[in-house]
Design a protein. Sequence first.
Length: 256
Amino acid sequence: MTNNDFLRRLRYALNIKDNIMVQIFKKGNITVTKEDVLDYLKKDIDEGFKKLNNNDLIAFLDGLIIQKRGKREDGTPPPKIKITKNNLNNIYLLDNTAWKEYFIEDVCKIYSGKDIYERERIQGDTPYVTATASNNGIGYFVNNTNKTKDKNCISVNRNGSVGHSFYHNYEALFGNDTRKLKSKYENEYIGKFISFMISEQKGKYGYGYKMGTGRLKRQKIMLPSDKKGKPNYDFMKKYIIMNELKHIKKILKFLK
């Protein structure tokens, strides 16, 4: 699949209008016209076809990140990345950043869940997160509500399948066998990254050693770190986004 194929399929998969694509390129510090975009979207057998090089594709992807999730918190531009022919899929490798241990309470606020007992449950459409390891932690769909109802949260099982963690970008209710976490840097992609790193610790917990609030607060997880020793949230965002884009690319290739 060529860069033009990838751009074309990404454009249709995400339903991005031509004028918005021009804006996305601009946010990636590349100036193109609507006519340039139309030429990029043509097939190589079409008249006026223009080949999209690696640097311009990366600029578009950087611009897409900014379009979807905003600029870096400190306002600085993303670092320049040297692109070679075959390294598009290897830009944001986990080996390409420094790592540091952080307490979960340093990066997340932690809240208790609230049980909805079987006799109280009303069948409905709201996900009710329990201590299961499957279905993204969702045990039931209910029509109940309580103070735990929230979205853009991480759930961590303190009981049952202890230590399993999931990210929820939809409104859900959280049972007392889970803990609801809100990342201090609220962002879907960062939440997914942190959730995965919490799940990496599940092997040390079990029925006789549960993951209560106290232990959860002082549990250390490894996260990418910047030069100042702070969590490198920008890297986490881009790592997850790039991996999602790679999966989109595979799906589009399959659907070809």
